[in-house]
Every structure is written in C-alpha cells, then in structure tokens.
Design a protein around this ligand. Structure first.
Ligand code: SF4
Ligand code: NI
Ligand code: CU1
Length: 713
C-alpha cells in the first residue's frame, strides 16, 4: 500500500475503534434508551441521516451505525475505497461529538469553540452564500509552527469575505494574534479536538438537506451536492497524524480539497491533496483549487473593508464618534439628476467640521450623506435601491457600525478605527466606489457630499429629503399586485436550491426578506441576464389563489420543469416553493383552524408541536409542501398573505418578538380588511401558550376570527 492509503486506513481504523468503544461505554453507563440529541437541528445526526437515511434518536441506534462505519473501511489499496474510509472517519467523528452532548447539555461551554452549528445559522447563511457575499468556506485546522502565519491566512480569508472555521490549537493562536473572531466576523472556532471538524461537515451536509432537497440515504447525491455546490476547502497547519489524514480523505470525498503545510511529495493528489510549504501561497492555492473567485475591492481604506465585518457591533465604550438621529439631525439621500451637467463625477465634498482629533468624550455630529447620480438608464425607483445599500457598505468598514436608514440612522466609528486614520472622506470614497462598481450599468456619474453643519443639514432635510421620502412612500403605497403589469422571478438561490424559484410581487417580497419587487426590477434592469426576469401578468386562472398561466410558465421554465404550478396567495394549493433561507415559516395549527407563523430567531416550541427548525424541515429545496410555506417577515402584514385561506385572520400564534415587530402594520391591515382593532392582541405567543389546547382557550376568550372561519383543510 502507498503511504497515503496506509495513513488513511490507519486513521479510520483508529477512529472506528474509538467510536465503537465510546458507544459501548455510553450504553453501559446510560442504557440504550438514552436520547442522543444535537442542539438546534431537525436532522438527527446529519451526516448519518443524509448518507444512510437512519434517524439516530437514542444510544441504542448507534451500534448499527458503527457497523455501517466499519463496512466503509475495506483496507483496499484503491484511492476511491480509501476515500470511503475517510467518510467512515466523518461518521465516527459525528458519533464521538454527539456523545459529548449525551454527557453534557453544553459540552462546549468551557471551550473556545462553539461545537455543533444549529440549523437556523445555516439558513441565515443562504443569501450571503448565493450572492457571493461569502465567496467560500475555509476550514483551518491544526497548530501552526508560527502563529503569525495562520493568523495572516485567516485575516486574508476574512478580508476576502470567506467564512472560516477553526479546529484545534489554531483557535488559541489566532485569538492570541488579535484576529477578531465569532460568527459576526466570519471566523468561527469549532473546538480543539480534531473530531470537531465534523461540525463544519454537517453544515455542508445539512445544506444538501435544507436547500438541495436531498433524499436522506442518497449518498451519491450527497457527495455530488457538496462537491458541486458547497465551496469549501481545508487548510491544515503543522504535523498531521493518521486521524487527520483520514479526516482529510473524508473532506476530499465530499469534494473539498485539502492543502497541507508539510511536504507530501509523491503522495499528493492533484486537485485534491496538495502541499504548500510557503504560507504566503496558502490562500491563493486554496482559492484556485476550489475555483473561488474573489472580487477585487475598489476601495482603499486605512482599515479593512470586507463583508466579513458586516455584523460587527461597536459598543458605546469603544466608540470614538457617533452620528445618530437621537442626538442630531441625520439623513441619507440619493437623488438622480436629469441633466448630466448637474453632476460632477467623483467630486467629493465635506461641508462642515470633520471628526475632531483628541476628543475625550464621544464625538457627536449631525450628518447628511447625500449622493447625486446621473445615468442615461437611471430611474427614480432605483434611488432607494442604491440608498439602502449604504447600510451594508458602511458596515463593511472594519470598526464602523451602521443601523437604520433615511433620516433615522446611527453610525458609530470605533476608537481603533479612528486612530487608524478613518475620516469622513473615506465614507464618501466608499459610496462613490461601490456605487460605480455595483450600479455601473445605470449610473454614469456620481458625486458625494457629506454635510455636518447642523443648519445646512436641517434645511436640506426639510427641503429635499423629507419630500423625497414622502414621494417614495406614496409610490410604494400605490404599488400593489393589481397596479403593476409585471411580477419578477428570482433564482439567485438556485446555486443551493436548484429547483427553487421565488415569484416576487409588490405585495409579496422574496422569502429571504432581502428582495422586494423594486429590488427585483432593478436587478433585471441592471442585468437582464441576471437572476431576475419579468413575468408579464397574463393568463389569470384564479384570482383568489393568485394563479396565472404566465407565472406557472415562468416558474416551470426557471426550475427546468421541477415545479409547474405555483399560486401567489395560497398556503394549501400549490404554495410557492421554499429554498431554505426563509425568514419565517407558516404552518397549519389544526385545532384552532388557523396558522402559526414562526421566525428563524425563535428557538422555542410552537403549538404545532414543532420548533422553527422542525417546521422548516417540512419544506425547502424547491419542494412544495401544502400547509407549510417559507416567506419573508414583511409579507405577514400584507393583504395578500395567504389570502386564499382567509388572510391574516388565520394567524393564531406568533413568537412575541415577531408580534411586537409587526404590531403596527398588522393592526393596520386588520383594521382595513377585518375591521378589527388591536388584532395583534388576539394572537397567541409563547408567553400565553405553547400547547394547542391552552391556545384554543385563549383564542376563544379573545373571540379570534379564525375560530368562526371555514375549516382550513
Ligand atoms: Fe433567494 Fe428568493 Fe431571496 Fe431570490 S428572493 S435571494 S431566490 S430567497
Ligand atoms: Ni447590518
Ligand atoms: Cu434562499
């Protein structure tokens, strides 16, 4: 046998032995009926479930899995067989890690790692992955000879927007080197044991189940999905033992190339297992091996500018300067000019004082961020589309946090970032570069003015910004599914959910919550060959259901025949498909003749007897499951929300946070449509009831309209 296959089998056999021993010990200690539960997933032990279809629920289910695991280790010279042995190691690692959760509810409590990644996090990664905002997933494992090297590699991935998972002592090394870590920085420590690498494998595996509509047990389909659609790769640092090698073989079987920093000589496998001894080449080689393209950044700043910093939170104590509408007038405004002579391209003006140096207290200034654009193909409707991106772009700046929009926003600049030299002109440069980069097909010229003079800000707000916002609000309010001639498809999520297509209408935004009708329209106008196409509103079949021939044709076309009939307004008859990244899920609650609506952030139980994750697993991957439907948060207050089944009058339960967030809008719709005041108070939540009988009693007491409606099914 070759050195490589020797190592793989050595590692796989070692892990198999360990796993078998650990399973037997656990059964002896706790008995066969002791539940085995990974936290926050509807997919059992995901690798085993996806690969074999077996639902592990208790310790007694594990010995059979150990049997399967051992059968994968054939000890034959053939490399394909050896890669199977690598999969056996993955299964072993999954069992060993799951046993940690049998021993303790939170085995990672005192670890620097997070351990198992719950389903909702994977769903939330859907959109950034499909948009290329997260261009790839790196797994960095081991212990580097020089900690500075691994820190530089991880920082480079962070700068490029990749999501990096850390396993082993690299965690402490990277932390000690001052790299910002955490999901919000896209650097996620998993755990110190090499078996913790399974926690990223199950992310890839669950992506196949959630988005890819994979049938559990279809191992070939699983391996094809991860190879074709999950842009992950592995970097190991330091010496590797046979267990790491066999885990690496598992990664290769899943289609993830492995780059090691020791010399493997002739044991390298081209395209799959590669030695890179010079750490300054690690990133480049890894990206090339996985064919990950990172867009070069147009902006030069004294700090990092990367999507990885989007979720960064700047606390008050760390803040140097703040522009916020609670203390000062602030607004953001993009206006299009009809006359090219009104815009001087790349002119940047700071009108008023810049952020003062040597401040001892938080600096607070007013701020008007105004951008004038001219473009032969520019439209007024795109003003708000561009303007809403400010939030994202400013958040990309390391040490800057932006929340809100229009005349209600807050920007914080951290002390570190101010001291690194970031000033107001940098914000202007960011806007200029990003607008010219991402909206180049409609913007020909762009001029940015930042105003900090309070009188000027106030005056412009009154005279220009507020009237503009009112104009846009009127336009949005006048937009209804009836008032437009076109809907739009969005197939962005097809890179993960090949059979999924969203139909976006003025009153029904994309289920991810990120794509409104105006966004889809702008996407099409910006790139007619892109992910959104217009659907002419033709061939009405059934008004109540929102059923159109043209919609069916567009969806059948976009999904290559996978889905042929879709209604816009029904939960039960041909509901719209779901990819997996939906903000909320709606499901029937039979006892109260209504529906529950649950947002992804809510991890508790619902009166259906299912959690968000369990409800969510009922649909996804472009599959239609009548009675379950993923959708955006803001669809709920729409008059079209499951209007075929009676609309919002069917909502009997929502998590309290969702109720509070939507209260004003839902109450307004309820007043208009149902003539009911304070409708939200009639809806149950987790503080009122999570079992169906108690919910029914509450609804009866409140006189909830769903109780008097036709049977929902
Ligand atoms: Fe994905 Fe639909 Fe959102 Fe488009 S609108 S990004 S397809 S969820
Ligand atoms: Ni944000
Ligand atoms: Cu999606």
């Amino acid at each position: 046998m070759s050195v490589l296959t020797d190592l793989i089998y050595g590692g796989s056999n070692a892990v198999a032995g360990l796993t078998e021993g650990a399973v037997n010990d656990a059964i002896k200690k706790y008995g066969e009926d002791k539940p085995v539960v990974l936290p926050g997933t509807a997919y059992f032990l995901p690798t085993i479930y996806a690969a074999t279809g077996v639902k592990v629920e208790k310790l007694g289910d594990l010995p059979a899995c150990v049997g399967v695991l051992k059968s994968l280790i054939t000890n034959q010279e053939d490399l394909g067989q050896a890669l199977n042995a690598g999969l056996a190691t993955a299964v072993g690692a999954e069992i060993l890690e799951a046993l940690k959760y049998v021993e303790s509810e939170n085995p990672y409590e005192n670890e620097a790692g997070i351990g198992f990644v719950p389903d909702p996090i994977i769903r939330s990664l859907g959109v950034p992955l499909v948009t290329g905002d997260i261009p790839g997933v790196a797994v960095v494992l081991g212990e580097a000879a020089d900690p500075a090297d691994v820190a530089a590699v991880v920082r480079d991935y962070q700068d490029k927007g990749l999501l990096t998972f850390l396993v082993g002592n690299v965690i402490d090394q990277v932390i000690a080197q001052g790299v910002k870590i955490g999901l919000e920085y896209r650097v996620v420590p998993l755990g110190h044991d090499v078996t913790a690498v399974i926690h990223v494998v199950t992310v890839a595996v669950r992506a196949a189940l959630i988005f890819g509509a994979l049938n559990p047990g279809d191992l070939g389909g699983l391996l094809k999905y991860t190879k074709d659609r999950v842009p992950a790769f592995v970097n190991t640092f330091g010496p590797i033992d046979n267990v790491v090698v066999s885990a690496g073989a598992g990664a290769i079987a899943l289609g993830f190339p492995v780059v090691v920093d020791i010399d493997l000589g002739e044991n390298q496998v081209p395209g799959a297992l590669v030695s890179v001894l010079d750490h300054t080449e690690t990133v480049k080689t890894s990206l090339e091996l996985r064919n990950i393209k990172v867009k070069a950044k147009a902006v030069k700043l004294p700090v990092s500018f990367a999507s990885a910093f989007e979720g960064e939170i700047i606390r008050k104590a760390a803040t140097y300067a703040e522009f916020d509408s609670d203390h000062n007038p602030t607004f953001e405004l993009v206006t299009m000019c009809e006359d090219p002579n009104d815009v001087e391209d790349h002119k940047i003006t700071i009108d008023g004082p810049d952020i003062p140096e040597d401040a001892t207290d938080i600096v607070r200034l007013p701020l008007a961020t105004t951008v004038k654009v001219y473009g032969a193909k520019m439209q007024k409707d795109f003003e708000s589309v561009i303007e809403r991106r400010f939030h994202q772009w400013f958040n990309y700046i390391e040490g800057v946090m932006h929340t809100g929009q229009r005349n209600l926003f807050r920007i914080r600049i951290s002390k570190d970032t101010y001291n690194a030299g970031l000033r107001l002109k940098d914000f202007a440069e960011v806007l200029y570069s990003m607008i010219m980069d991402e909206f180049d097909s409609v913007v020909d010229k762009c001029e940015v003015t930042l105003i900090t003079d309070i009188d000027k800000v106030n005056k412009l707000m009154e005279e220009e910004a507020m009237p503009r916002y009112r104009f846009r609000d009127d336009r949005l309010a006048s937009l209804s599914d009836e008032s437009v001639d076109e809907f739009y498809t969005c197939i962005l999520c097809q890179s993960f959910a090949p059979a999924h297509c969203c139909v976006v209408t003025p009153e029904r935004l994309g289920l991810c919550g990120a794509v409104s009708w105006l966004d889809a329209k702008a996407t099409y106008d910006l790139d007619p060959t892109g992910p959104s196409r217009p659907i002419p509103k033709k061939g009405l079949i059934d008004e109540r259901l929102g059923k159109y021939e043209a919609v069916n044709e567009a969806v059948a076309d976009a999904t290559h025949g996978a889905v042929e009939n879709v209604t816009l307004y029904s939960l039960i008859e041909d509901p719209m498909t779901s990819c997996g990244c939906f903000e909320c899920i709606c499901g029937i609650e039979p006892l109260s003749n209504g529906v529950v609506v649950v947002n992804r952030e809510y991890s508790g139980m619902t009166p259906t007897g299912m959690t968000f994750g369990e409800l969510a697993s009922m649909t996804g991957g472009g599959v239609q499951t009548p009675g379950f439907m993923g959708h955006g948060r803001h669809f709920i207050a729409s008059k079209k929300f499951i209007s075929a089944e009676g609309g919002i009058a069917r909502i009997v339960w929502m998590p309290k946070e969702l109720k509070d967030d939507l209260r004003t809008r839902l109450n307004k719709t309820a007043k208009e449509v149902l003539g009911i005041d304070d409708f939200v108070d009639m809806i149950g939540d987790e503080t009122i009831a999570t079992d169906p009988e108690a919910l029914l009693a509450f609804l009866t007491e409140k006189g909830h309209p769903a109780l008097g409606m036709d049977p929902i099914m």
